[in-house]
Design a protein around this ligand. Structure first.
Ligand code: FAD
Length: 499
């Protein structure tokens, strides 16, 4: 059956990202797109840190960066600083860009390791632009300097996600998307195919459509409540199941750091996401080892300013829907599954989900092949991210609480065990299929948390000899650039000040 009407249920980040991207579908046919959302139910209201592909998502929509960052009180993000993960008191940055660049076919961190064995004690961080700029609280773009020997800077944003959804709503409505306010009370299924056919709102209004996108958040109104798709629970690998979120002011006028902070506590970890004039904060924790009151106290005690709202308590089950595309329903955002925001991957999964949906679907109708392709690709993507998140917990040396004892000794997927073993042997990281996280990402977390390379690549000897000058130049270019960059606050005030 041809698709003439698509209904997106839910108007959070997922709903409006889907609506904005789908409003650009043009294949010469008449296609109506409707968003149904309920102000009374509201949105989850957290989720402010993003990763670099989000920059491209907005560029593809033709969004003006200055305008968008100003509207969302956004700041730039160069990576994530992890504190107390390997051991209490330790700290490292997982940067967005690469450590140096591959030389002679091997990863730069492997060359660095060889140089270190030979007595060169320069830290690996010196060869990463984003880490160095983050340490000095600087930001600008490499293109601002007329030199083509400089490394490109990789960045993402911290944003007020509620403002972002409002921004996209305006974008989508200007392109013909129609919004209905109301609570969906009933979902009708076709008796034969099991496809969703009609929604009934609390006002009695009925909305029929050919295809539905479920963006209703954790409740999964269509994908779970109507279609009973089922959920794969990953709590045994990622045991945190609660969060408490609380923004705070930065009244002291301190500059927003150009990075997210993830500080481990005794049964979870705390995020700090700096916007232009306030910080988003939250504590993700495991209810088996900590009560909500204690989690809130720890959060408040470790915040950089005074709270500006009441604590927002959230519950979640880490995992994914057994199918993301079931019948004529595709779930995006929290309706599709959830992994804690340790590496800011949720908005990213909305982004890739929308892209995959647009690439897979045809307005001629839904086929089984489309659904199974979408599901296979998304499962793979979820599992690769899951493994990377588990690494942060498994690779701890902490033994100061029951929570960390559990994490350190838990069983992990074979795919992750193999990855760690191969890295230990000679520093090799295979970026498998089209996985999100790069060699630098894996190396940053493993080295940052104390997993060492016990050997070096058989190629490293020769490469380290031949490339000493090249390596020096690399560090010098980064130093040159960071010295000239303005402070992050100064850059924001000039480029995209919040109104
Ligand atoms: P929601 O925001 O819950 O929106 C659901 C929508 O569905 C609402 O509009 C609601 O009104 C509507 N709805 C529901 N039921 C009905 C109904 N019956 N009738 C009509 N409308 C209905 N992601 C990141 O990328 N970075 C982060 O730093 C990050 N931090 C996070 C921290 C926490 C603690 C949590 C829980 C999530 C975090 N996320 C983060 C994830 C991010 O918040 C979500 O991926 C994102 O906000 C998308 O949410 P959503 O739109 O799927 O759901």
């Amino acid at each position: 059956m041809a698709i003439e009407h698509i209904v997106i249920v839910g108007g959070g980040t997922a709903g409006w990202m889907a609506a904005a991207a789908m409003s650009r579908i043009r294949d010469g046919r008449k296609l109506a797109i409707t968003v149904v959302e309920s102000e009374q139910i509201g949105t989850v209201g957290v989720g402010e840190a993003t990763i670099p592909p989000f920059v491209e998502f907005n560029q593809a929509l033709g969004i003006n960066e200055r305008d968008f960052l100003s509207f969302t009180q956004g700041s730039f993000k160069l990576g994530i600083q992890f504190e107390n993960w390997g051991q209490v008191g330790e700290s490292y940055i997982h940067p967005f860009g690469a450590y140096g660049y591959d030389i002679g076919g091997i990863g730069f961190h492997q060359v660095w390791h060889k140089m270190r064995e030979r007595g060169d004690k320069r830290p690996l961080q010196l060869f990463n632009l984003e880490t160095m700029a983050a340490y000095y609280g600087k930001f600008s773009r490499t293109e601002d300097y007329a030199r083509d020997d400089l490394p490109p800077i990789n960045y993402a944003y911290h944003i007020n996600a509620t403002a972002y959804a409002q921004y996209l709503r305006k974008y989508a409505e200007q392109r013909g998307v129609v919004r209905h306010e109301g609570i969906v009370k009933d979902v009708a299924l076709d008796g034969e195919s099991g496809f969703v056919t009609k929604l009934t709102l609390d006002s009695g209004k009925e909305i029929e459509a050919d295809f539905f996108v479920d963006c209703t958040g954790f409740r999964g109104l269509l994908i779970e409540q109507a279609l009973e798709t089922g959920y794969e629970d990953w709590t045994h690998y990622l045991p945190c199941d609660r969060a408490v979120a609380l923004p705070c002011n930065r009244d002291d006028g301190s500059p927003p750091p150009p990075f997210t902070k993830a500080t481990a506590h005794k049964a979870g970890w705390q995020w700090q996401v700096p916007l232009q004039h306030r910080n988003g904060n939250g504590h993700v924790y495991c209810s088996q080892f900590m009560e909500a009151d204690e989690a809130t106290d720890i959060l408040i005690a470790n915040m950089a300013g005074k709270p500006t709202a009441d604590p927002n308590h959230l519950r979640f089950v880490t995992g994914r829907r057994k199918k993301f595309w079931n019948k004529n329903v595709v779930a995006l955002g929290l309706a599709s599954g959830f992994m804690e925001p340790l590496e800011s991957t949720s908005i990213h999964l909305i982004n890739t989900g929308v892209n995959k949906l647009i690439a897979t679907m045809s307005l001629d109708g839904v086929t089984e092949a489309q659904a199974s392709t979408f599901n296979r690709l998304t499962v793979r993507e979820y599992e690769r991210i899951r493994d990377f998140l588990i690494l942060h917990y498994k690779a701890t040396r902490r033994d100061d609480s029951e929570f960390w004892n559990y994490c350190r000794t838990m069983d992990v997927p074979d795919s992750l065990t193999e990855k760690i073993e191969v890295f230990k042997a000679n520093g090799q990281v295979f970026r498998e299929e089209d996985e999100l996280f790069t060699t630098t990402s894996w190396a940053a977390v493993m080295l940052g948390q104390g997993i060492t390379m016990d050997g070096t690549s058989p190629m490293a000897d020769g490469v380290a000899d031949a490339s000493a000058k090249e390596v020096d130049e690399m560090a010098k270019s980064i130093q040159w650039l960071v010295q000239r960059m303005p402070g992050h606050k100064e850059y924001l005030e000039r480029y995209c000040p919040a109104p």
